[in-house]
Design a protein around this ligand. Structure first.
Ligand code: SF4
Length: 212
């Protein structure tokens, strides 16, 4: 129990010290534009998504225009993001489904969210955190890697298990902030390759400090 508390405090204190204002880096202006941006961000960077969505939502400024867009035109816009065939179809299908089934609003209910094309557990959790301020701890590649390096999770753990372990370790009121801090820590400090270990105050609980 003592180790668990120490680890929790160490992580919270250090991330608050180096990343006090970590937040979402996806640009958006409406609920649906955020949902689509998150869906598009699968396996690519927020930076690339922001570049694409700036163009996408300028050409298609509302749900109706997206729902009526031609697949090949959306494909051309999103093709640099990877998984483009699926993502292009999802953009159109999400717009159609929101209009037809959800009164043109992103639903808050998780079951309904996950009924939307291309929306899985992680995307639904990210939407809950960002749009509705509902405490969740979405696990992306950065959160998973850091959880393993900091020995919160095991190498073989899947995302569901990692999410459960994070929620067990940290109090609910800290989940949203920590989720952002873990992502920023993974992007800018504890990178997959060549992490910046020098001066890292988490080295004492890290599985492999200073190794890629
Ligand atoms: S010591 Fe290095 S690998 Fe470990 S948590 Fe810090 S930055 Fe990441």
């Amino acid at each position: 129990m003592e180790t668990k508390l120490n680890k929790q405090e160490l992580i919270v204190n250090y991330l608050d010290e180096i990343l006090p204002n970590a937040g979402c880096e996806l640009n958006y202006t409406t609920d649906y534009s955020f949902l689509i941006a998150v869906m598009l961000s699968a396996q690519c960077t927020d930076k690339k998504v922001n570049k694409v969505t700036a163009k996408l939502f300028k050409i298609y400024p509302d749900l109706e225009s997206l729902a009526n867009a031609k697949y090949k035109d959306i494909y051309e816009l999103v093709k640099e993001l990877g998984l483009a065939k699926t993502k292009a179809q999802n953009v159109i299908d999400i717009a159609k489904t929101l209009i037809d089934k959800f009164d043109s609003r992103v639903p808050i209910n998780k079951f309904e969210l996950m009924s939307l094309p291309g929306v899985g557990n992680k995307t639904a959790n990210v939407v809950h955190v960002e749009l509705f301020n509902i405490p969740e701890f979405p696990v992306d590649t950065h959160v998973a890697r850091i959880s393993k390096r900091l020995q919160i999770a095991l190498e073989e753990d899947d995302v569901k298990t990692i999410e459960h372990k994070l929620k067990e370790l940290f109090p609910k009121e800290k989940w949203i902030k920590l989720h952002h801090q873990f992502i920023h820590f993974g992007r800018y400090y504890c990178k997959a390759i060549s992490p910046k270990c020098e001066g890292c105050k988490l080295a004492q609980i890290c599985q492999k400090p200073c190794k890629s």
